[in-house]
Design a protein around this ligand. Structure first.
Ligand code: GDD
Length: 383
C-alpha cells in the first residue's frame, strides 16, 4: 500500500488527534511500501519533521483553509508518489477530495472520527450555510471506503448525524507501553514543590469540557477526609484564568497547583508522581470527549484513573477494573471516588496494575495501527 495521511493536527501542536496521527503514521511507515504525511505548516515544526521516520510535507494552506485547499495540496503528491490510499485523520479536509475519489484518481479514501468534529457547527448563526456544511460532512463520511471511529460513542455520533455507512470499524485509541511505564515520581514532585501530599493529577488541554472545574468543586468535600490532598493541573489552554478564579473564589489556593503545559519528556514523570489521575469531562456539545488517550497514558504508568460517563470515556476506562467512572458534572460523586482511592492503597495498586496490563495487551498503538491497516488492506483488496 502507498499511503498518504492528511491531517490538520500534527505535532508539535498538542492534543489527541496530534498524538493519534503521529503514532499511527510512524507505525505504518514500517509496514507499507510508501508513507507520507501532509499537514499544515506551524511554528517549531522543523525539528519534528527532521525526527520523523517518514516524509512530512507541510502545506502552505493554513489549517482552517485545508478544507478548501486539500485537493491542490495533495494531488501533485498523490501523482508523484503513486499514492493508492489517502487516510484523513479527520473529515474536514475531505470535501475537495471527493471528486478525485469518484474519478479514481484517489483509489481509496479512509476517514477517522474522534468526536467534536462530527458535531461542531461553525456557521450556527447562518442556517443555510450550516446546512451546506452538514451536507458536506455527511458526503465525506458517506463517500469514504471505510470509517474509523475511536470509540463506540463516536460510532454512534456518525449514525446520529445521519450517516449509515456499511464499513464502520471502531478502533480504540492506544498508547505506548514502552514509553509510558511505572516508576518513581519523587523527582517531579521535588521539581514542582509538590511535597509528599496525596496528589491528584489532571493532564489535558484547559478547555471547559474537561471538567477541571468539577474536580475543583469536589475538593472541599474531599479535603474534609484528606486535608492534605493536593490537586495538580497539567496542561495549557484558554480556560486557565476562569479556573484560577474559581480556585480563589472557593478559597482553595493551597489545594490546587497549575503546572502549565508540560514538555513531552515531563509527561511520564508527572503521571508517575500522582496517586490518582482524574479527568472529569462533560458532554458539552459540540465539545465532547471521543475517547481520552490520557487515561491510557496514566494507566500505562500504573496509575488508577477516575473518569466520567461522558462521551467515549467508558471505552478508555473499564469501570471497577482499570479505574472508576462517575456521573458527569457531579462534584459529590467525584469526591467520593477520589476519596475512596486515596483511602485504599491496595485498590489503587490493583486498578493501576490492571490499567497497565490492558495497555500492554490491547489498548496500545501497535494494535490500533495494525487493525486499521488490516481493514484498509481488506478494502484495497476488494473484500
Ligand atoms: N507534551 C504535552 N504537554 N502533551 C500534552 C499536554 C501537555 O501539557 N496536555 C495534553 N497532552 C497530550 C496527552 O499526553 C495526550 O497524548 C493528548 O495530548 C491529549 O489527548 P486526549 O486525552 O485524547 O484529549 P484531546 O481532547 O486532546 O483529544 C481528542 O481526540 C482524541 C483522539 O481521538 C478527544 O476527542 C479525545 O477524547 C480523543 O481521545
Amino acid at each position: 500500500m502507498r499511503l498518504l495521511v492528511l491531517t490538520q493536527d500534527f505535532p508539535p501542536a498538542i492534543g489527541g488527534i496530534e498524538t493519534y496521527s503521529w503514532e499511527l503514521a510512524r507505525r505504518w511507515a514500517d509496514a507499507v511500501e510508501e508513507l507520507v504525511v501532509v499537514c499544515p505548516r506551524q511554528r517549531g515544526s522543523a525539528a519534528v519533521d527532521r525526527a520523523a521516520p517518514f516524509p512530512v510535507i507541510r502545506t502552505r494552506v493554513p489549517c482552517d483553509l485545508l478544507a478548501l485547499g486539500a485537493r491542490a495540496a495533495i494531488m501533485p503528491i498523490v501523482r508523484r508518489r503513486r499514492i493508492d490510499a489517502v487516510f484523513l485523520a479527520q473529515w474536514q479536509p475531505g470535501p475537495s477530495l471527493l471528486g478525485p475519489r469518484r474519478a479514481g484518481r484517489i483509489p481509496r479514501l479512509f476517514v477517522a472520527a474522534h468526536g467534536r468534529e462530527l458535531l461542531f457547527a461553525p456557521f450556527a448563526g447562518a442556517p443555510r450555510l450550516q446546512a451546506a456544511c452538514d451536507r458536506l460532512r455527511r458526503d465525506v463520511l458517506a463517500g469514504a471506503d471505510a470509517l474509523f471511529p475511536v470509540s463506540r460513542y463516536t460510532a454512534g455520533l456518525i449514525r446520529r448525524i445521519g450517516v449509515d455507512h456499511p464499513r464502520v470499524v471502531v478502533v480504540g485509541n492506544g498508547t505506548d507501553p514502552a514509553r509510558f511505564t511505572p516508576g518513581e515520581g519523587a523527582a517531579f514532585r521535588a521539581r514542582h514543590g509538590l511535597g509528599d501530599r496525596p496528589l491528584i493529577l489532571t493532564l489535558g488541554r484547559l478547555v471547559a469540557r474537561k471538567g477541571i472545574d468539577d474536580v475543583i468543586r469536589s475538593l472541599p468535600a474531599l479535603r474534609a477526609r484528606h486535608p492534605d490532598a493536593l490537586y495538580a493541573v497539567a496542561g495549557g489552554g484558554p480556560d486557565r484564568a476562569r479556573l484560577e478564579g474559581l480556585v480563589a473564589e472557593l478559597g482553595l489556593g493551597d489545594a490546587v497547583r497549575f503546572l502549565g503545559r508540560l514538555e513531552a519528556d515531563e509527561l511520564v514523570p508527572a503521571l508517575r508522581a500522582c496517586d490518582v489521575f482524574v479527568t472529569a469531562s462533560r458532554d458539552d456539545e459540540p465539545d465532547v470527549e471521543g475517547f481520552g488517550i490520557v487515561f491510557l497514558e496514566a494507566g500505562a504508568c500504573g496509575r488508577p484513573v477516575v473518569g466520567t460517563f461522558a462521551g467515549g470515556i467508558p471505552d478508555a476506562i473499564v469501570d471497577g477494573e482499570t479505574g472508576l467512572l462517575v456521573p458527569q458534572a457531579d462534584p459529590t460523586a467525584l469526591a467520593g471516588a477520589l476519596g475512596r482511592l486515596l483511602d485504599d492503597p491496595a485498590l489503587r495498586r490493583r486498578l493501576g496494575a490492571a490499567g497497565r496490563r490492558r495497555v500492554v495487551e490491547v489498548a496500545n498503538w501497535d494494535t490500533a495501527a495494525r487493525r486499521i491497516l488490516a481493514a484498509m488492506r481488506e478494502v484495497a483488496a476488494g473484500a
